[in-house]
Design a protein around this ligand. Structure first.
Ligand SMILES: [Zn+2]
Length: 231
């Protein structure tokens, strides 16, 4: 991610996966961060993310995180956003733009790339979110995304819909964000996840990290989804 020669180290423990803990000693990017960045560079046809900073005009990239190493690497070349339920999409809090993946404030066909790393499992109406990211992408644009993915199992929904509301089932599963806040998880995605991405109008490929990715970039045990809007 930082495009410098580096050492990758992992602190492993129960429940840790290599994709999340194999970090660059220089920029702290995880293997997952680097795999998403690799797919983004390939999709955009650029050598390094920092090359984007030279392009004039407003960004054409939405990154659904303002705190990730990818957000730091993209800088002003992307809308690096967070979601707060009490902020209007498109408005800002503490200088960070709020976006709700299910009601984006962007115009139709206005972006080249959407990135969401381990976000969709926390979005109750994930099908609507995928339709929304497809709406804002130009023909040929891509949503590059990761989720905790269990390809040998069917998807398990962790909520009930009660009077039109998404109500989490007990015991509620949470992930911790970078600030340590508990974020509830609504889906455990299985092998049928690809079909849900397709149902939103994308053509989709599950890209598994290769031995070359491991040798060249310290990327191991990663599956990222490349969802392309019809061109
Ligand atoms: Zn690095």
């Amino acid at each position: 991610m930082c495009d410098r020669r580096s050492i990758f180290t992992a602190r492993t423990g129960p429940g840790h996966s290599i994709r999340n803990v194999l970090r660059c000693r220089r920029c702290h990017a995880s293997a997952r961060n680097r795999h998403v960045a690799l797919l983004a560079r390939r999709h955009l046809g650029i050598r390094a993310l920092r090359d984007l900073r030279d392009s004039p005009g407003p960004p054409h990239i939405l990154n659904a995180s303002a705190t990730s190493p990818l957000a730091a690497a993209l800088g002003e070349a992307a809308y690096n956003t967070e979601f707060w339920s009490d902020v209007t999409p498109g408005a800002s809090r503490d200088g960070i733009r709020c976006e709700d993946l299910t009601t984006l404030s962007f115009a139709d066909a206005s972006l080249d790339l959407v990135i969401s790393e381990d976000v969709l499992e926390h979005v109750p109406d994930v099908d609507r979110a995928l339709e929304e990211t497809r709406r804002v992408l130009r023909p040929g644009g891509a949503h590059i995304l990761t989720v905790p993915y269990f390809p040998n199992d069917p998807t398990v929904e962790l909520f009930d819909v009660v009077d039109g509301e998404f109500v989490l089932r007990e015991p509620i599963r949470v992930h911790r964000d970078q600030a340590g806040n508990a974020i509830p998880t609504y889906h455990r995605f299985g092998g049928d996840f690809m079909r849900r991405i397709e149902a939103a109008g994308f053509s989709v490929e599950a890209v598994t990290s290769t031995d070359d990715d491991s040798r060249a970039h310290g990327i191991r045990d990663c599956v990222s989804f490349l969802a392309v809007a019809p061109g």
